[in-house]
Design a protein around this ligand. Sequence first.
Ligand code: UD1
Length: 424
Amino acid sequence: MDRLLVTGGSPLSGTVRIQGAKNSALKLMAASLLADGRTVIENVPRIVDCLTMVEVLEHLGASVAWEDGRMIVDTGGVDGHETPYELVRRMRASIVVLGPLLAREGRARVAMPGGCNIGSRKIDLHLRGLEHMGASFEHDHGYLEVTAGDLRGAVISLDYPSVGATENLMMAAVGARGTTVIENAAREPEIQDLAGFLVRMGARIEGAGTPTVEIQGVDRFEPVRHVVIPDRVEAGTWAVAVCATGGDVLLAGARTDHMDLPLSKLAETGAEVTVEGEGIRVRMPERALAVDLVTLPYPGFPTDLQPQMMALLASARGTSIVTENVFEARFMFVDELNRMGADIRTEGHHAVIRGVDRLSSAPVRALDLRAGAAMVIAALTADGVTEVSDMYHVHRGYEGFEEKLASLGARVSAGPARSPAVLG
Ligand code: UD1
């Protein structure tokens, strides 16, 4: 279903089960390349990005079986070291195989990721860190040829706590000779999940989740069984949707300790947030109040929830200021929200959002994964029927998105087939 028709006005209510974290599962799948044998990863979300990572692993010679959220990656047949452009183009995160491939094979050939809809997204920090560890690079027709005959530990100080660079370097360092120290490392919960997985495989890592991660290289990794942590961005998306619609929903399986700031921001807008059993209940008794927020690396407010919050604040009471510090082009979708009657003005990395009484339905596009979720949230609050096209972006990261919406009482249906474009 590439187009979704959303009839606004129904408060979301009921229970939604939170999927395994996309941004963790993808890295665990890559890390399974370190061991020879069958690694079992439970709670892998059935989303397009994970299917793409399956293709990446298969291209390298692994075989992957995946049923009911349990994935078995068998690395027995891995003999390749290349990740083609076709896959990196579909999903930038494919480049996280660089670290484990270097540790395993001593070489990797990975297509250079280009820009994407939320910014230029360089990989200089990944490459500089690997260079410190003795890797060398050559550019070859859009590919990066990386060799590291003898990967050795090093002290690497990141200019910025990049999530991907921290992960790639951790996965290379676990198999390097000697000790690696990553300073100014990213502290996201997904980094801790990856470290826990690697330690179980036999790696020696201390300090994951803090700005200084210390890794002692080892020679051998065992295949293990691991359960992916819950997806804090999916949980946050549903929480924001509940607040936007004045609903009452239990986020089953969500972890409050991974969502401190988003939950306290939602409480500032007027939401009641309580821990119930093994989940978080979010209830919104009134129209949301405006709040200011600033995106920052974890534990700051996640950039991956910024668009959804903008959709909520678009019809909140008062004026909000949102500052985006992580991705330079993450306000591109604002024009889509303004087409629905939002009053948002952007200046550089700041947005001023004057809450309007109600958004109005319009045909709009999902410009990227999180912006797509934001457009659906906006549609849930609007009068009339909104058509959100290019939903494939949303399917990259949300499992059973339309089904979950419908089960919470949203009025959604597949959009009509588009008539063929008129040529000439
Ligand atoms: C990951 C997440 C993404 C999330 C982001 C920030 C995955 C698959 N994706 O992306 O959902 O929004 O973290 O929380 O886990 N940068 C450089 N040079 C580098 C690396 C990054 O300049 O070598 C810049 C980027 O352009 C960006 C910022 O650092 O402006 C953050 O990027 P990073 O933390 O690396 O995000 P990703 O790992 O790509």
